[in-house]
Design a protein around this ligand. Sequence first.
Ligand SMILES: Cc1cc2nc3c(=O)[nH]c(=O)nc-3n(C[C@H](O)[C@H](O)[C@H](O)COP(=O)(O)OP(=O)(O)OC[C@H]3O[C@@H](n4cnc5c(N)ncnc54)[C@H](O)[C@@H]3O)c2cc1C
Length: 474
Amino acid sequence: MTHAVWFRSDLRVHDNPALQAACDGDEPLIAYYFHTPGQHRQHHVGDTKLRFILETLVALRSDLLDLNIHLVALSANDYEASVDLLLEQCKAHQVTRVFCNQETELNERRRDRLARERLQQAGIGFQCLRDQMVLDPTKVLTNEEEPYRVFTPFKRAWIKQARRQQLQSCGTPKRQHTIKVASTSIDEILSWQQPTKANEHWSAGSREAQQRLQQFLNQRAEDYDARRDLPAVDGTSQLSPYLAVGAISLRHCLLDALAANRGEWDSGNQGILTWISELIWREFYKYLSWHYPDLSKGKSFNPKYEDLPWNQNEKHLRAWQQGRTGYPLVDEGMRQLNTLGWMHNRLRMVTAMFLTKQLFIHWHAGEAYFMQQLIDGDYAPNNGGWQWSASTGADAAPYFRVFNPTRQSERFDAGGDFIRHWVAELAEISGKAIHDPSPEEREQAGYPAPIVDHRSSVEAVKQAFKQAQATETS
Ligand SMILES: Cc1cc2nc3c(=O)[nH]c(=O)nc-3n(C[C@H](O)[C@H](O)[C@H](O)COP(=O)(O)OP(=O)(O)OC[C@H]3O[C@@H](n4cnc5c(N)ncnc54)[C@H](O)[C@@H]3O)c2cc1C
């Protein structure tokens, strides 16, 4: 009898419920990963993240070998093909039970239903454990037994339960018996996707993730609340790529942050408490994608705004993507994204609001572009962030709240140094003019005039939202 563990977006050995459960018995164990480029493309996952997944897989392969577990990685185009391959492998190696960790989005849940069906027909057990969400989403409900739709009461109820349950890590499994299969070679794994320039900025693997977490908690977490909104400052953890591929678990981050705050959920250091709150935002978006599968179909969370008369303007969309809108802070963000595959949260909000509430281009276009560029692209938080910015989402910014990119720039990049770094043609502009250079300065620098006027474009968009509200209530 052999057991198998099927890795997906949980590429780590520490605090991995499926791996731990698979290792609990005495059966020899094989680890599987199925690379599904066709499926990823359908989900708009870009080259940088695909490569990062494979580099993380190489690190996982080595961590598994330390536990005497071989990793078999195969390429399978899409999810359905991955289920066929899994079944084939299970039959070839007399696997009697497969362990994996649940994912919250629709296609992933469909894949797992199919896997359960096919494996059970072949007499093979299938056990799917909770991992992406720290708490069981069916147990965190309102008094009316409904899922929460607003973050603050969700967070309150969530913390109450987390306290009661006393969260614990699953730890790292013991060494296993060997089995006669060979691990897929590193060269083969890496041959599936060439690196992009952005990959140079990110070292993959759980060790790197754990080091980043410790460094952040030791050196920056206590000032997080004061510095997290300043893109020029290294004030956040930059752990999102590692959380997205599961090189580190959310539970692990929470437990270490709590330990750094002496176990306190609601008192102690304000910086750490704010960081914990952000981790719970991640859980909230995963929770929403679990309870509202329509989110995975591209629906607006707020049906009132499903049919807004969005603009179709390829020229504006391209200018936004390339960081040539004429708004220095927006362009700074987009160029950071295009170069690093990552963007600071403040800039994500500013650039997303600019696309949706100034250019009035559908959030779908921005969501897809972010997914293609981001190394941390992750459906639930990406969809949540976009719908928050576009005012169509759960607990979203109200439609009349629109960031003015010039005011945001003066406030969060006051010295303008980060603009000078990313929008290099403005490097010579000194003082406050950097936030909104004059027409002469723009011309000299080869930098475009603003592609839309802030005030009038925002007014038009507010009218469209108002109209949608009026139509709904009439
Ligand atoms: C339009 C838009 C798109 C986004 N797309 C993604 C995405 O694809 N993947 C992604 O992981 N995050 C996304 N976010 C959320 C957030 O911007 C990033 O998680 C954060 O910038 C990552 O940087 P960090 O790891 O340094 O975060 P930190 O500030 O150190 O926070 C720690 C962790 O908490 C979680 N977190 C922080 N802020 C948020 C938030 N607002 N919503 C949900 N989780 C949060 C992340 O997992 C993050 O790694 C998006 C936000 C917006 C506005």
